[in-house]
Design a protein around this ligand. Structure first.
Ligand code: PMP
Length: 389
């Protein structure tokens, strides 16, 4: 028997209890989680196939039906962040060679273009200048020309602050044999969504924004039409982990439950609490609260002479607000001062908007008058330091 070599201590892990600063996260996400949600994550673990866990999964699915405003049986949480929802949607709804039109008006459109190409789809990259949404007529023209299998739109583009209207698009898509796929990562629960009434076929979202839970779960929805398409695929989805036939089976879509992967138990506790908090407040009340806080934010910003990046008021997103950096202002210094002095996160731009804007998130548990007032104070101070007020 050979003796074992000595254990190397060259890369020893940390010791002692983890220390984390407490910050007010008013950027594009994650937002701070509700204390009740954080507390749920310290509850004892259950086995992922234990009946009490299935009950929690059922409750989450009902909560998602409410949040998406759908009667569809096909809701669940994809185990992963918003991108996992994106990947699940793109890899299941498209077979190699099929066409997707990507409404590309920011970084999320860019990512779907990349992702759909990797799955062998024919991608029509419908580009729009940052800060603008698509009109119904632009989308109609593209759909009638390409007759795609899928149209992708991002409801709330957190890289530009644009709110894309979905009015009339469900009917338009269905008349052309197209499925309507919508990203709601930074909007779900904060702005209206009516999956059934608007004829949406697939939605993915994220846990860490308006829903007020930590990152790690992606709310997901299929219409009956979308599920039929997935069931009728000629090829299996390339990804095993995101094969929604299998994941759906785990969540009881087909009236039984098969082990697919070990659900992140504590993350689902958090999402169960997130669904409960939203049901207790009421969806319409939550939409209103977000609208009211965004109005307060803009009133204060305008008093400082700051302007929205999105010119068309009807296209302005209220959950991630984008603010033009005035000529000659050091945007990064304002961000740094906000964090150093007020412990509050304000973000700069992303993708096409880097250096041009600030981004302020008004999401979920953080959408309070006190937090909005704090952000305004931080802006005022940051601008004063540069002689701007
Ligand atoms: N879509 C949108 C609109 C987002 O805001 C984000 C996250 N910033 C994502 C997708 C990706 O989500 P995640 O970072 O949770 O994977």
């Amino acid at each position: 028997d050979q003796p074992l070599p000595p254990v190397s201590d060259a890369h020893k892990g940390p010791t002692g209890v983890i220390q984390v600063p407490s910050r007010i996260l008013m950027g594009p996400g994650p937002a701070n989680a509700h204390p009740r949600i954080l507390a749920s994550q310290s509850l004892p673990l259950l086995g992922h196939m234990h009946p009490p866990m299935f009950k929690i999964m059922d409750e989450i699915q009902d909560g998602l039906r409410y949040t998406f405003q759908t009667e569809s049986k096909y809701t669940l949480l994809v185990s992963g962040t918003g991108h996992s929802g994106m990947e699940a949607a793109v890899s299941n709804l498209l077979e190699p060679g099929e066409t997707i039109i990507v409404g590309n008006k920011g970084i999320w459109g860019e990512r779907v273009v990349d992702m759909a190409g990797r799955y062998g789809a024919k991608v029509v990259d419908l580009k729009k200048q940052a800060g603008h949404g698509f009109t119904y007529d632009e989308l109609k023209k593209a759909i009638e020309e390409h007759k795609p299998a899928v149209l992708f739109l991002c409801q709330g583009d957190s890289s530009t602050g644009v709110h894309q209207s979905l009015a009339g698009l469900g009917d338009l898509c269905h008349a052309n044999g197209t499925l309507l796929l919508v990203d709601t990562v930074c909007t779900l629960g904060g702005v209206p969504m009516y999956a059934d009434a608007w004829g949406v076929d697939c939605i993915y979202s994220g846990s860490q924004k308006v829903l007020g839970a930590p990152p790690g779960a992606a709310p997901f929805f299929f219409s009956e039409r979308a599920l039929e398409k997935v069931k009728a695929r000629k090829t299996k989805p390339t990804s095993y982990y995101f094969d929604m036939n299998l994941v759906g089976d785990y969540w009881g879509w087909f009236n039984k439950r098969f082990y697919h992967h070990t659900g992140p138990v504590s993350t689902w506790y958090a999402m169960r609490e997130a669904m409960a908090l939203l049901s207790e407040e009421g969806l319409a009340a939550s939409w209103k609260r977000h609208e009211a806080r965004a109005a307060e934010l803009w009133e204060g910003l305008r008093e400082m002479g700051l302007e929205p990046f999105v010119e068309n008021e009807a296209e302005r997103l209220i959950t991630v607000n984008t603010i033009k950096v005035p000529e000659g202002v050091d945007w990064a210094a304002v961000v740094k001062n906000a964090m150093d002095k007020y412990n509050v996160e304000i973000a700069g731009g992303l993708g096409p908007t880097v250096g041009k804007i600030w981004r302020v998130g008004i999401m979920g548990y953080n959408a309070t008058p006190a937090n909005v007032a704090l952000v305004l104070t931080a802006f005022k101070d940051g601008l004063s330091k540069q002689g701007r007020l």
